[in-house]
Every structure is written in C-alpha cells, then in structure tokens.
Design a protein around this ligand. Structure first.
Ligand code: SF4
Length: 329
C-alpha cells in the first residue's frame, strides 16, 4: 500500500478555468517543479488515475464531463479542487451558466487556495491528497479483512445518508456499463430516498386502482424494507423490497465495488426473502447489462421472464421465482 500511495497517478481536467490555474498545474508536472520525480504521474485515462485535479468553476458544459470522469476513476479516489474558481466558482460564480465549485457536482477531498494557485500550493494539495488516499485505502483494506464478520440486518431511516452514498458509488460502475449517467438511481436525492422509508406500495397500488387516495391506515407490513450488509459499522451492500399480495418486489441490489465477488449480493437477497415469509413469489428487476446481478439471481433460482425499456439506453430485465415449500416430515 505504501508503494501504491507513493506513485499516484493524477488526471487533470479544466472545467472552465481562465487557464491561469492550468498553467500552474502544468508547471507542477513539468521539469521546473517536476512532481514526477516524487512518483506522481500524469495520465489521460481516468481508469488509471487515483487523484482527480480539477481547475475552474463548473459550468453547464463541464458538469456532465466532471461527473463522467469522476465515475470512471476506480475506488478509492481523491478529488482536488485547484484555485478559488474550483473551490467556490470564484469571480465567475454569479455567471448565468456557473453552478459553483467542483463540490456542486462531486465530493471534493482537498481544496487548494489561490488565484492562480501557485505550483507549490498545487504540490502541497497533491501531498495532502496522498494522505487522504492512504486513509481511504486503509479503511477499505481494514473492512476487506473482516469480511467474514458482515452483519445483515434491516436498515432504518437513520441509514439513509449512508445508503445514498453507497448508491452513488455503486451506480458509478453502472454508468460505465451503460455510458449514461441519467440512471434513476443516480438522480435520486437523499430526501427521495428518505421518503422511500415511509412508502407503503400496496396501499399506493390499491389507491391507484380505486382512482383516489386511500384513507385507510397504513399497514406496517406493506412498507418498503431496506436490507443492509454492514461490516465494522460501515454499510457495504443493500437491497430493497416490498410486498403486494403474495409477491415481493426487489430492486436496487447493490454491493460496494470494493467488496464484489464475495457473495454479499446473494446473501442480501436470501436475507430479504426471509423478511417476507408470506410471499409465494419473488420478482426482481435489474438493468440488461448488469450481468453480475443476473448471475446472482440465476444462482438463487430466479429465471428471466420479461423485459421492459426504461430509456433508449437501459432495458429492465425482470426475474422471478416461486418460493419452494419446506419439505414436511
Ligand atoms: S482561480 Fe484565478 S487563475 Fe484560477 S481559474 Fe480562477 S480566475 Fe483563473
């Protein structure tokens, strides 16, 4: 891990800078200041980068590009906002097309002050980013080492913020699969996710069928259930489900990319099935390119039975299975 942190690869993106900060970043990377001698390498490929250096404020054109690049950096990653424009929007913040600093679209770990930020400050920011990167690596490695102590339990509304963060991280990899960052899971706000904890889909479906809002009291048994996988107090996986009649509907099967391939998704599905003991049938919907989820569901006895377009890019694939009755002795 030390070797890894000593040779970070950085990727530089100009969001809408006046070029002042970019010149200083380039000066940091080229022979005069030469951070390469410290093991820092500049790359043009986000999939190879550990540190994302952004200059300039975020405007209408750069917003989507910043998100797209950020989503492609592997975990763990560090974002450095260089210069006052990247930090707050700077002198451009009142412009009609500026949404603010870099943290108006993605999380920022390190802010480098200055207008323009001096090369010494840029290098200082990269060194701080290395500390953040190392801390993130340690945290992930620590969690990976105690994977056998994963606890599966129902989440509550207090977990909403952490689930929302996990959702953003997980669906970044889906963005790569589909080349589209308008996936509904990435658009969902924290407030909307919190509201999901209050939803009663069976009641909503009955009201929709009657053509009016139902005023019957909400039945706790028809609420949306969030199942979470937790290790060392950190949520690393989740799935949601609710029952209408004798069918349980499952969606948003997600496992943090760092913990994939360890059976956590399968276990989450098994656990949430147990929450609905009266259901005779289970239905799950996943995107057509989400092959990991297809495999997990198939291994648990689910079979694909229909598809439905979600957007011009994404198609829902529906899987179903009947609950196998326990043998009578
Ligand atoms: S901080 Fe100053 S030098 Fe850097 S992009 Fe903004 S205006 Fe230009």
């Amino acid at each position: 891990m030390r070797a890894f942190v000593r040779s970070p690869w950085v990727l530089h993106y100009d969001a809408s800078s006046c070029n002042g900060c970019d010149i200083e970043v380039v000066a940091s990377l080229t022979p005069l200041y030469d951070v390469e001698r410290l093991g820092v390498l500049n790359t043009g490929n986000p999939k190879h980068a550990d540190i994302f250096l952004v200059t300039g404020a975020v405007n209408e054109q750069s917003r989507a590009v910043i998100k797209n690049i950020y989503h492609q950096l592997p975990e763990p990653k560090v974002v450095v906002a260089i210069g006052i424009c990247a930090a707050t929007g700077g002198i451009f913040r009142e412009c009609y097309n500026i949404s603010g600093g870099v943290d108006s679209v993605i999380p920022v770990d390190v802010y480098v002050p200055g207008c323009a930020a001096r090369p010494e400050a840029v290098i200082d920011g990269v060194v701080k980013a290395l500390d953040v990167l190392e801390a993130k690596h340690k945290e992930m490695a620590g969690l990976a080492n105690c994977i056998d102590r994963v606890v599966y339990q129902e989440a509550d509304r207090g977990d909403a913020a952490e689930l929302h963060t996990l959702q953003k991280v997980y669906y970044q990899s889906e963005v790569e699969l589909y080349g589209d960052d308008s996936l509904p899971a990435l658009q969902q706000t924290l407030e909307e996710l919190e509201q999901d904890f209050q939803r009663h889909p069976a009641r909503e479906a009955a009201a929709a069928a009657e053509g009016a809002a139902s005023d019957s009291p909400a039945d706790e048994s028809d609420r949306v259930v969030f199942m979470k996988a937790v290790v060392n107090g950190k949520i690393i996986g989740s799935v949601r489900g609710y029952a209408i009649g004798d069918t349980t509907y499952l969606w948003r099967i997600m496992v943090h990319p760092y913990f994939r391939g360890r059976g956590i998704g399968r276990r989450l599905l098994k656990e949430i099935e147990q929450v609905f003991p009266k259901s005779r049938r289970f239905e799950a919907k996943v995107g057509h390119r989400s092959k990991r989820n297809h495999i997990q569901l198939t291994e648990l006895g689910y079979r694909q039975y229909k598809t439905e377009p979600l957007s011009p890019i994404v198609t829902w694939v529906y899987f179903q299975k009947e609950r196998t009755p326990k043998p009578q002795h």
